[in-house]
Design a protein around this ligand. Structure first.
Ligand SMILES: Cc1cc2nc3c(=O)[nH]c(=O)nc-3n(C[C@H](O)[C@H](O)[C@H](O)COP(=O)(O)O)c2cc1C
Length: 238
């Protein structure tokens, strides 16, 4: 199986330790590709929207974005880890998510996403871990992913890994390792189940694309939906 992980910080701190504790459980059974932000997606979206209106390959950051897009589509499991920065995910992770607006269901979602599994692990000192996870989960869900497992931790006392009480460290690593073992036993030849939320988003956008295509048959998103057969009987979760 293939895992692609995305760490919202380059610091080898708490977030990194939790990510590595999670990934370790897969041993040799997984081929793992790790991305770190901002290193692997260094520039902000400039808002030209050329990815949405024309072609994501025309983005000035296409070299980074297309590498990640390919890795995500080929992966069986997507793993996102983040600390909370002022109650949200880091700016580096948000910059990455902004670049993938063109993959939201209202535009041109990748069919593979509808059968994928994902994990979001966040931690914070006392508050904001859940909203940081939601920042990431929102995009995953709008990319078409239904099976999203979230683990969020509060450190409470200290933000340096080495100074955290042993009990806290083993509580957190125990939790992410247990989740990893559960996910390591999944049969990845079977696609994840697309839930009602994902299907509802798909059907609302399908109506929208049908209407938009009537007024503008050249519309790029309409043509993408049509070419995939989604305006007919084909569904991305089958
Ligand atoms: C700029 C910045 C903002 C932070 N904001 C919050 C916050 O809003 N709430 C919180 O509980 N912890 C906050 N923290 C603590 C982090 O969420 C995290 O626990 C800490 O950075 C340790 O994780 P790391 O070693 O992976 O960086 C902040 C840390 C930094 C550096």
């Amino acid at each position: 199986m293939k895992i692609v992980s995305f760490c919202a910080t380059e610091k080898k701190g708490v977030t990194y330790r939790l990510q590595e504790a999670f990934l370790e459980e897969f041993g040799d059974s997984a081929e793992i590709t790790e991305f770190y932000f901002p290193k692997d997606c260094p520039a902000f979206c400039r808002g030209c929207a050329i990815c949405v209106s024309k072609d994501p390959n025309l983005c000035r950051e296409a070299e980074y974005i297309q590498k990640i897009d390919k890795a995500m589509r080929e992966a069986d499991l997507l793993v996102f880890t983040s600390p909370a920065y002022v109650f949200h995910t880091t700016g580096a992770m948000k910059a990455f998510l902004d670049h993938f607006a063109y993959r939201w269901i209202p535009h041109r979602p990748a069919a593979e996403m509808f059968g994928k599994r994902a994990v979001v692990i966040t931690q914070c000192l006392g508050g904001g871990g859940k909203s940081a996870a939601k920042d990431i989960k929102d995009s995953l869900s709008w990319w078409g992913v239904s099976d999203i497992r979230v683990r969020s931790f509060k450190l409470m006392s200290e933000i340096e890994w080495d100074r955290l009480p042993d009990k806290k460290r083993s509580e957190m690593t125990g939790s992410v390792k247990a989740l990893a073992r559960k996910l390591a036993s999944v049969d990845y030849s079977k696609r994840a189940h697309a839930n009602i939320v994902t299907k509802s988003k798909f059907y609302v956008v399908r109506m929208l694309q049908t209407a938009l295509g009537k007024s503008n048959p050249e519309y790029i998103d309409f043509n993408y939906w049509k070419a995939n057969g989604w305006l007919g009987k084909v569904r991305p979760w089958k």
